[in-house]
Design a protein around this ligand. Sequence first.
Ligand SMILES: [Zn+2]
Length: 254
Amino acid sequence: MRFCRILFVLLSEQRRQNGLFSPVSCSARFLFHCCSSSKPRSSPPNCSEPLITGPYPSRLLEKAVQELTRLPGVGRKTALRYALYLLRQSPEVVHSFAQSLTDLRDHVSHCKICHNLSDHDICDICAANNRDRTQVCVVENVHSVMCIEQTGQYNGLYHVLGGIISPMDGIGPSDIELASLISRAEEGEIKEVILALSPTMEGDTTNFYISRRLAHLDLKISVIARGVSVGDGLEYTDEVTLGRSILGRTPLQS
Ligand SMILES: [Zn+2]
């Protein structure tokens, strides 16, 4: 911190001597910020980012900024930057942008079978004829479906729980899409249920609960493998992950 303060003073002095001194110059401001703030900052502030958050010259602009701050991780400065950027775009671009958000809210719903997001009552995966309908992969959320689909290694169906059992957060079995999973399994077409939940205490609890609820059915119940990441050295793997890797070892395929 002392080094930063010294560097800040030297930089300010040098810029003053060169006739370039500005109390809000970018590099000097970043150094001052590093010294005065307890929060870590990974990069210098963007000099093009507006520093003034009000008063606004337009009430409509202020309204747009207020709405944009509803987005996670977007503060007023970033929201103002987004709003000014949109103002610089053509009306067609902005109208298309706004329409896509309206359509998102009005027309995207959940698949009636697997609870994945869909533009129709039944999602494309459930409606596809080329998927293996004897396998169902149970995931926590829609994002998990997208991640698994991206691997290209799975051709079965899904079941999106919409959460996991978490007593600490007051989320019980009735708060997630568990009853519909049991119903699907009881129909008889499904032969294997693959549990692909987060490797956390809540994920393990949910896995255990689901396996108990499906125990009366003639099903293969499996859990996705957990272990050392591809490309990682063992010395960089934590002991819990490494321990699970050893317990969940698989036969070497030649
Ligand atoms: Zn579906």
